[in-house]
Design a protein around this ligand. Structure first.
Ligand SMILES: [Zn+2]
Length: 255
């Protein structure tokens, strides 16, 4: 894909994510990014809305200076702002959002091209509850595993910005060390959802499926308790060849 096509795919994806009926974000909530090449990625600028995204919604950012800041792990708010401003490629006056820090790290993981961060009502109902960790400790049905992954990364609440970026990097590195590949979903306590994928379609599928999963979790919890698949049943779905095939079909556009 050309840089222009990548930007257009990110605009289309962001508009879908921002549709009110999707229940994923309101107002200026959430942000999206897409990898362009080895060095740069597009990310939503501060103060813009996903639902009305266009070319002006995104800034092209260089990964390296942001990753260096994450590696260092501490800096004042004004230092963070200045690193982000300097990382912008070209003459754009738009400001990358402070969540650009986590996008820079996630965009550096091999196989990750699109990152979508949202605050879905259903998912946040669970993430803001006292039982979040326990409720999200298993998988309930096959399509959940196909779209959202066998296991997600769970991140405790930390201050958005640099601290959150550092925490996500640490948690994802630990996950990658254990599984040998990128996670497909990250759930942040009292904050929201992040999905990572190779295609825009897979990212959108994962967002939609998480809303469904969260809704079913709440209903099942109210109906006497959640009956999870056993780890063996869940593992079998993740590695069945027909489910792999279905995942591939689902993640590409069939139009
Ligand atoms: Zn957020």
């Amino acid at each position: 894909m050309t840089q222009r096509e990548i930007l257009q795919s990110l605009i289309d994806l962001s508009r879908e994510v921002g549709k009110p009926e999707a229940g994923l974000v309101i107002l200026g909530e959430g942000n999206t990014s897409a990898g362009v090449d080895e060095k740069t990625f597009y990310v939503k600028a501060s103060g813009t809305e996903l639902g009305t995204a266009d070319e002006a919604t995104f800034v092209l950012v260089e990964r390296e200076p942001v990753l260096t800041l994450l590696e260092r792990g501490n800096a004042s708010d004004s230092e963070v702002e200045s690193v982000l401003a300097k990382a912008v490629v070209g003459t754009s006056k738009a400001k990358p959002s402070v969540e650009t820090l986590l996008h820079a790290y996630l965009q550096s993981i091999p196989g990750v091209e699109y990152v979508v961060h949202t605050h879905p009502v259903a998912v946040n109902s669970i993430l803001c509850s006292r039982r979040a960790f326990e409720l999200l400790s298993g998988r309930m049905f096959p399509d959940e595993i196909v779209c959202c992954g066998l296991e997600h990364v769970f991140v405790p609440y930390v201050d958005p910005g640099l601290k959150l970026g550092v925490q996500i990097k640490r948690s994802c590195e630990e996950y990658i060390g254990r599984h040998g590949r990128a996670p497909r979903s990250i759930l942040m306590k009292n904050h929201g959802l992040i999905v990572l994928s190779e295609t825009p379609k897979a990212a959108l599928n994962a967002c939609k499926m998480w809303v469904k999963v969260a809704t079913i979790l709440m209903h099942a919890a109210m109906l006497g308790g959640v009956d999870y698949l056993t780890p063996e049943q869940a593992h079998r779905i993740e590695h069945r060849p027909d489910e792999e095939y279905r995942r591939r079909l689902l993640s590409t556009d069939q139009r």
